[in-house]
Every structure is written in structure tokens, then in C-alpha cells.
Design a protein around this ligand. Structure first.
Ligand code: KIV
Ligand code: NA
Length: 270
């Protein structure tokens, strides 16, 4: 099983349609990557790890070093999916040159194939600068969590005509600048559908529409491992509850001295 490539992902959308939708999940650790890899076309090392792994209040404090450490782990734990790494807040916005330096460092440190960055028209020159210099880019428009201090929260985007037009323009701008895919997050469904129809490259939805060219979710959200979960997340399991139950059984057995048993202790000779 050879690893998928960025051109292969891009080529999944032909003449405006994607026969088989793209499957993408986040992964932050080697074990999660190993478990998810065979099922996914893309693994995203999302800066959502700031909240999910580190308990930070938003993605704003996430650093390049954090993304590199987790990105390297995910590349080591995968062999099939394209691994893309989020560029963290502050590592790319100031200039295309700054973005290139940050993105190149991430790819060198990790072996990942691509980066993702948030923003539309304002970031289009940066997307062009990176893609023309050998760094594949996934765009991210609509609800862009790194802009939480500007947006004031994580509510759905595109409810007014002006905002909808802005988001569609943003998606077009990053796609035309060379993004090989665009994530559309937290927008009202008609906008997600319009963007999916408008862009030549695959549009990957989250809180968007089943008509997008693919879907992405935060793995911990869909597995039931993270408590604060947006409305657009479907919980495919409740691993949080199962971990709690396992810990409770362990605690009970330790306190009752019923763990360890003979199976788990070493006899002097066998
Ligand atoms: O950081 C992240 O996990 C993301 C996805 C939700 C798209 O950006
Ligand atoms: Na992100």
C-alpha cells in the first residue's frame, strides 16, 4: 500500500464532481494515526490539538514546535494517507516569505506532504507563493477558529448575504491561488454547496454539507473523547465513557488487592 499523493487527492475531483468523497480525520499522535490511517485519504494534524491535547482556551496559543512534534508522530504512525499539518496562528500571516519559512520547516521536521492555513482573499498571495515553491496548501474558509478574537465566537458563518458572498469569494481566491483542496467550516449549507460547485479543487466540509467533495472531523470529537463538541459533530462512539469505566474497574481492583493476579506477576523461576 503506497502512500497517496497530493496530486492524487486533487485528481479525485473531475469536471466539478467527486465520485467517491474524500475521507479526512485529525490525528495528533502515533497511535491515533496508526488506527485511522487505512480508513482515511487525508490525516490532518489540526491545531485543534491546542484544545484537545493541551487544554488551551483556543488555537491561538498553539506553536510551530507543537505542530512539528505532533506532525512527526503522525507521519511515523501512517503509511497510506496524505498527512497535512495546520500552520499555527502567527506563523504565516505576516508575509508570504514568513509563511514559506514556517511551512518549509514543518515539512522538513515532519515528512508531511502539505500544510493547511486559514484565510481567504488576504491569504491568496501566500497560497500562491507556497504552491509555486513546492509546498502544497489546503485552504480553510468560513469559520476560521484562529480568528476567534475577531469573530467573537464559533457560531455558524454565512447567514447574511454579505457574509455568504465574502466566504464564497474567499474560497475562490485560495483555490485560484493554487490550493489543492479547501476546507469549508461552519457555514450554512447553501453556501457550502455553492462553493463545492464553484471550485475546481475538492471542497472538504466540516459543519457544511454532505454534498461537499469530502468530510473532516476532529477524531476525538467523533470518538466521544472531548467534552465540548459542536452541533455538527456526530459521535460515532463514546470512548470517554469507556475509558472512565475501565479506570473505575482498575481503581476498584487495586483498592481490593485483586489486581495484580498470578497472571501479571513474575514467579522466581518458570
Ligand atoms: O484544527 C483542526 O482540527 C481543523 C479541522 C477541524 C478542519 O482545522
Ligand atoms: Na485547524
Amino acid at each position: 500500500l503506497k502512500r497517496l499523493t497530493v496530486p492524487a487527492i486533487r485528481a479525485r475531483k473531475v469536471d466539478g464532481t467527486t465520485a467517491e468523497p474524500l475521507v479526512m480525520l485529525t490525528a495528533y499522535t502515533v497511535r491515533t494515526a496508526q488506527l485511522l490511517d487505512a480508513h482515511c485519504d487525508l490525516l490532518l494534524v489540526g491545531d485543534s490539538l491546542g484544545q484537545v491535547v493541551y487544554g488551551l482556551p483556543s488555537t491561538v496559543p498553539v506553536t510551530l514546535a507543537m505542530m512539528a512534534a505532533h506532525g512527526a508522530a503522525v507521519v511515523r504512525g501512517s503509511w497510506h494517507a496524505v498527512v497535512a499539518i495546520d500552520m499555527p496562528f502567527g506563523s504565516y500571516e505576516a508575509s508570504p516569505e514568513k509563511a514559506f519559512e514556517s511551512a518549509a520547516w514543518l515539512l522538513k521536521e515532519t515528512g508531511a506532504a502539505a500544510v493547511k492555513l486559514e484565510g481567504g482573499e488576504a491569504m491568496a498571495p501566500t497560497v500562491r507563493f507556497l504552491t509555486e515553491r513546492g509546498i502544497p496548501v489546503i485552504g480553510h474558509v468560513g469559520l476560521t477558529p484562529q480568528a476567534v478574537n475577531m469573530l467573537g465566537g464559533y457560531g455558524a458563518r454565512g447567514r447574511s448575504d454579505a457574509e455568504a458572498a465574502k466566504i464564497e469569494g474567499d474560497a475562490r481566491a485560495v483555490a485560484e491561488a493554487g490550493a489543492f483542496a479547501v476546507v469549508v467550516e461552519g457555514v450554512v449549507e447553501p453556501i457550502a454547496i455553492a462553493i463545492t460547485r464553484a471550485l475546481a479543487c475538492p471542497v472538504i466540509g466540516i459543519g457544511a454539507s454532505a454534498q461537499c467533495d469530502g468530510q473532516v472531523l476532529v477524531a476525538e470529537d467523533m470518538l466521544g473523547l472531548f467534552e465540548r463538541v459542536p452541533r455538527f459533530v456526530k459521535k460515532y462512539d463514546d470512548l470517554g465513557a469507556r475509558i472512565g469505566e475501565a479506570a473505575a474497574r482498575y481503581a476498584e481492583e487495586v483498592r481490593a488487592r485483586s489486581f495484580p493476579t498470578d497472571d501479571q506477576v513474575y514467579a522466581p523461576r518458570d
